[in-house]
Design a binder for this molecule. Sequence first.
Ligand SMILES: O=C(CO)[C@@H](O)[C@H](O)COP(=O)(O)O
Length: 219
Amino acid sequence: MQITPSILNADFARLGEEVARIPGADWIHVDVMDNHFVPNLTFGPTMVEALARSTDVPLDAHLMIADADRNAPAYVEAGCGSVTFHVEATKAPVRLAREIRAAGARASMALKPATPIEPYEDLLPELDMLLIMTVEPGFGGQKFLDLCLPKIRRARAMMDKHGIETWLQVDGGVSLETIERCAEAGADVFVAGSAVYSADDPDAMISALRAKAADAVAP
Ligand SMILES: O=C(CO)[C@@H](O)[C@H](O)COP(=O)(O)O
């Protein structure tokens, strides 16, 4: 069970300090938004590169950008250990996943809430991680969409069927109230933004989230 806090709800004027508050994070989730694929604008590769230099925790970039085929490789070069592109934003998901892996990062593909998993089943072995969005991408602090839980279950069943160890990440509205449902459905990597950064002790919240997820699937 891995927790990857999103810095979308952190104080952007003090990002280095904000990241230093979460040494227990497995990854730091960096939401890259371009004001085209989503109606919000955040970081580019130069800022991500500076962030990578400021921490030993690996970066998990979530690219909510329109032209993933052209722009994703820059985030591997910027030092991200994992790069997620949206299937809705690429013309060639297999080629892009292979390119990310060849450049030395973990390759991950994201699905918006209304995008089905079934057309992509055969593509799963090309991925190190699948991200199932549990809110419409664009903003932190939204309400978790329970309607995404059956898709998480179906994705986990496909991975088991193929005998692959692709991680299954959920992102959006993940909190102490919702993380158990996600874990029970088969997720094993959890993005949490507002739950972590609105806590008095963000690092303690990471431990609490991880424990809740583990408890949900304990025999
Ligand atoms: O990708 C996104 C939003 O598009 C997420 O990473 C959110 O930023 C997570 O924030 P919370 O929903 O946990 O507040």
